[in-house]
Each structure stands twice: as C-alpha cells, then as structure tokens.
Design a protein around this ligand. Structure first.
Ligand code: SAM
Length: 177
C-alpha cells in the first residue's frame, strides 16, 4: 500500500492545500491519505469526490500524525526541499517498496516540519531543492514512483465518469448494473 500523511493543518488557511493533498494522492495512485484530526472539512471533500468519481481510496483523520511516522512498519519517505534529489533515490525507493511489499508512507508538511521527522524517515526527498508546494512535490513523486502507470488507473464504483474530449466537457452518469 502507498499511504500519504499530511503533517500540520491550520484550519481555514490550509483547507484547500490539505484537500488538494488528498485529491492528488487519490488521483495519482496512492491508496489512502491520513489527515490531521482538525482537517475534518478536507476529509469531507475528499470523501465526497471519491464517492462521485470512484475509488478505491480511503481518507482518514489521525490524532497522532507523528505517532504514525514513528510506528510505521515499512518504508517512510519525507518530501522536503532539503532532501536528496528525487532522480537520485527513486530507484532505491521503488525497490524498497515494490520488491519487498512493505507499505510506503509518504509524508508532506504544511509549515515547518520537526527535525524528528527527518530522522525517522528512511529517505528525505527533494523534488528540486527549491521551495514550492506539498501538492506539487507529491504529484511529481507519485509519478516517479509509479513510472507513469498511475495514469492508466481504472476507477471503481464511480457515479460519474469523465470522457476525454478535445474541447468541451463530457461527463456521464455511470449506470448501476
Ligand atoms: N521550509 C518548509 C519546511 O520546513 O520544509 C517548507 C514548507 S512547504 C510550504 C510545505 C511542504 O511542501 C513541505 O513540508 C514539503 O513536504 C513540501 N515541499 C516544498 N518544497 C518541496 C521540494 N522542493 N521538494 C519536496 N517537497 C517540498
């Protein structure tokens, strides 16, 4: 399993970013996102999108995000501008996850991330060493991890399906059999 953990959430100010971490995790192939327990509004939005556009995908709140990192029985990747270059470590991370079947936890921050997380992580990974965004770094990292296969995902139990078109919008309701 690939699980994304969002560390830190300032209610109001971070609502869209936290929601977008969840939506990006879902769209780009992660199995689950864990959000801080004050991010209930973001959880609702991500759950609602999953109901409408399909899964499988899980969104959960955790009252102990740092406990999740410390107790993770598997591989921990922390995305940070200070980390090693993604292009240098992606192959090792893929082996550590896919070849062993160990679950992969991908940690992204909001504000300053405590140093403990840098120490607990098996890899601190930078998507460039420039400051940008948790949503952008998560998207690029997932695409590198899955080597593009996430773009072929099939969605189950969707109410709606979007058909790609050159112009305009084509959305159809999926009839239940
Ligand atoms: N200086 C802050 C710190 O302590 O890491 C950056 C906060 S940044 C607004 C929020 C999150 O975006 C970070 O915790 C990290 O997960 C992600 N992020 C920002 N730039 C990144 C980069 N170049 N590579 C990987 N992740 C990045």
């Amino acid at each position: 399993a690939v699980v994304v953990l969002r560390l830190g959430h300032r209610p109001g100010r971070d609502e869209r970013m936290t929601t977008h971490v969840g939506l990006t995790a879902r769209a780009l192939g992660a199995d689950r996102v864990l959000l801080p327990d004050n991010a209930g509004q973001s959880l609702e939005t991500v759950a609602d999108i999953t109901d409408r556009f399909g899964g499988p995908f899980e969104v959960e709140l955790t009252d102990s995000p740092y406990g999740v990192v410390r107790g993770w029985d598997g591989v921990v990747v922390h995305l940070t501008m200070y980390g090693e270059r993604v292009q240098d470590v992606e192959a090792d991370i893929r082996s550590a996850h896919f070849e062993t079947g160990k679950p992969l936890l991908i940690v992204v921050g909001a504000e300053k991330v405590p140093f403990d997380v840098y120490e607990e992580a098996d890899w601190n990974v930078g998507v460039t060493n420039q400051p940008h965004s948790e949503v952008a770094s998560l998207a690029v990292f997932l695409d590198r991890l899955f080597e593009g296969r996430e773009l072929e995902c099939e969605w189950e139990d969707a109410e709606k399906r979007v058909f790609p078109t050159e112009t305009g919008k084509r959305v159809e309701s999926v009839s239940e059999e």
